[in-house]
Design a protein around this ligand. Sequence first.
Ligand SMILES: Cc1cc2nc3c(=O)[nH]c(=O)nc-3n(C[C@H](O)[C@H](O)[C@H](O)COP(=O)(O)OP(=O)(O)OC[C@H]3O[C@@H](n4cnc5c(N)ncnc54)[C@H](O)[C@@H]3O)c2cc1C
Length: 497
Amino acid sequence: MKSLARKQRFDTVRARHQIVLEKSNHMTVQVAVEPVARNDAGIRVALPILAQRFGERFQQSEALRRQHGHNTTWLANQAPDAVVFPESTAEVAEIVRICADHRVPVIPFGVGSSLEGHVNAPGGGISIDTSRMNQVVAVHAEDLDVVVQPGVTRKQLNDYLRDTGLFFPIDPGADATLGGMAATRASGTNAVRYGTMRENVINLTAVMADGSIVKTGSRAKKSSAGYDLTRLIVGSEGTLGVITELTVRVHGIPEAIAGGVCPFETIEGACNATILTIQTGLPVARIELLDALQVKACNAYSKLGLAEKPTLFVEFHGTAESVKEQSERFGEIARECGGGDFVWATKPEERSKLWQARHDVYWSALGLRPGARAAATDVCVPISRLAECVTETVADLAASGLVAPIVGHVGDGNFHVTMLVDMEDADEVERSEAFVGRLNMRAIGMEGTCTGEHGVGQGKMKYLEYEHGAGLAVMRTIKRALDPQNIMNPGKVIALV
Ligand SMILES: Cc1cc2nc3c(=O)[nH]c(=O)nc-3n(C[C@H](O)[C@H](O)[C@H](O)COP(=O)(O)OP(=O)(O)OC[C@H]3O[C@@H](n4cnc5c(N)ncnc54)[C@H](O)[C@@H]3O)c2cc1C
């Protein structure tokens, strides 16, 4: 009965989505999903006030403005009118108050590595660049947490922690800022063991749309005191407030690490091995899928010399004994699912080379089709549906005639497709867009999500209705209540129509 209802809902969703796709046949990806009316009068007044207040930390060069618009993937760049570089929470509050007084959009900016048009300025406005807010404020080693400003990047934090025996595990491929990562609820290769930004942000300080400053919680490990504002701001993509400080969890560097690669005859086999690994409770620290095309790209870009087959990169953390046991258990599971010989990376430098190659997949994919634009999209499904979703997607890509390697943080049921698109070929652009639509709806139809970690930005807004139904209206109510003038990163995440 339950599954019939689910199927009916999926069919309805699919039918409604068909309408979206048909409509989108006339669109190009150059068109912003949600138009935002430009308040020229307000912008004209606010710019000189900010220029006078921030001096050389207020900048308007064309190159800088474009760099602060969206540059990754295929959505058009929509530059802000100016970029301001604050150095404290109080300065961010001042900027937001000036913008609120004149109804000018505010777009927080980390390093701009987000993939769905998140930092675009469709109605113009002010980009708040947090790069000068890059201090580690406190390390509470005894509580396993650190307090940072939002412009600290994940690599900066780990360099800072190097001598403490602690590390921060969340590792999106790019060297993103902690503020940007909290704002997109990012994850990465380690999330299967250590969780995502949702689990690793303990509290944060944010400047809200009226310029007020809010701290969302204490450093206590848990709390039942009221609504969870931390979780509300994490993942809100700058649409509710600007994060100006965060307390994040850190973890002890494991005593022993073991890892390596395992090729499979089929991508389904690799997915099934992942499913079994998770279902049997093997505490794998990383389990990453690369399809044969992505392995080919990595071999060329990162000089790996791997068999060009669907491959799992895995890693285990623990004591010397426990990682040995975990590795053996994984070896058995892999063999059961048609895995070939496991190649161990025993030395730390071999492991670093492998994981650097994994982090560089986006750049290596570009080498597969010089001149093409890379559009990376991600979805996530419950682990039991992983093999089904990936194999349907592989068949869809083949039928669509697209060049698009697949990689995935598959232990979480999360995978990415990097489409390499000739933007001069209108038919190919259209086929790619239609493919993304089907991929998102396939994941939603399998009780998954249209984005496991990249976030919504502009690119995925239209899928939220299918994923959240009535929940989207609640999100809209929250956005209107907290940002009645719609100045916080407008035209992103929630359409306000
Ligand atoms: C090669 C490559 C690989 C990637 N791999 C992964 C991956 O494995 N996992 C993953 O999750 N992501 C991945 N990403 C996406 C990207 O790195 C993440 O989305 C990252 O979290 C963005 O951080 P950022 O500092 O670049 O933020 P930006 O791109 O600058 O901003 C992202 C969003 O957050 C908002 N924002 C930024 N700072 C703040 C702040 N202080 N307060 C409030 N809002 C803010 C912005 O307005 C915007 O909406 C990858 C990107 C690339 C280019």
